[in-house]
Design a protein around this ligand. Structure first.
Ligand SMILES: C[S@@+](CC[C@H](N)C(=O)[O-])C[C@H]1O[C@@H](n2cnc3c(N)ncnc32)[C@H](O)[C@@H]1O
Length: 199
């Protein structure tokens, strides 16, 4: 199965409606963002599919989901890693994180969880390094802090100033065996997202 088929299978297994506020569920079939409260959204399905295909998650991967929101992406990632993987979702708005965590718990995939983001910390360095990092909010810059949470050879998909970036951390090491932290960056089209809060 290629990445697109695996993503389609995950989306069929975990329909978006199970992660939307009850009053918004009638919009689940619409290919657009749907409000989840506090000015935030559950992302457009076509965009989520494109990002997950670029991310190319493998069974057993350790994955970080920045901007977990409704936790739909966290559940899709957990489906893609399977039970040998680990998925850490981080969300900065406490009320959204609590609802997302409850929706995720109902999926019965205990290798995934949603945690409240620590103020002033991007991602979850204490749970890293990660094979894959998904960022579902628009960054102002390609943050060194997030690249540093990737394993050498790891992949991050992140919108930066409206452009989707696919970042592959170089598998390079210095003479002491420490990863050098350089990265290859490709751009994959224009998208609109709520902002990634970076302070
Ligand atoms: C497009 S929305 C949610 C998309 C989500 N993946 C889903 O499936 O519903 C992006 C989320 O990123 C969150 N966010 C913004 N900056 C963040 C940060 N620095 N750390 C964690 N979450 C952040 C917002 O609160 C918002 O809930």
């Amino acid at each position: 199965m290629d990445a697109a088929q695996r993503v389609a299978e995950a989306m069929a297994a975990w329909p978006r409606s199970g992660f939307l506020p009850r009053r918004e569920r009638r919009h689940a079939g619409r290919d657009g963002p749907v409000p989840i409260g506090h000015g935030q959204t559950n992302s457009q399905p076509r965009t989520v599919a494109a990002m997950l295909e670029l991310l190319d998650v493998r069974p057993g991967d350790r994955v970080l989901d920045v901007g977990a929101g409704s936790a739909w992406t966290t559940a899709l990632l957990a489906h893609l890693t399977g039970p040998d993987g680990v998925v850490v979702g981080v969300e900065r708005i406490p009320e959204i994180a609590a609802v997302g965590a409850a929706s995720l718990e109902r999926t019965g995939m205990p290798w995934a969880h949603v945690a409240l983001a620590t103020p002033g910390v991007l991602g979850s360095p204490s749970h890293g390094p990660f094979d894959r990092v998904l960022v579902s909010a628009d960054a102002q810059t390609l943050s060194r802090e997030l690249v540093d949470q990737l394993r050498p050879g790891g992949v991050m998909v992140i919108p930066v100033r409206g452009w989707m970036h696919r970042v592959v951390r170089d598998p390079g090491f210095d003479r002491d065996g420490v990863a050098t932290g350089d990265a290859q960056v490709e751009m994959h089209g224009a998208y609109r997202f709520v902002p990634l809060i970076e302070d």
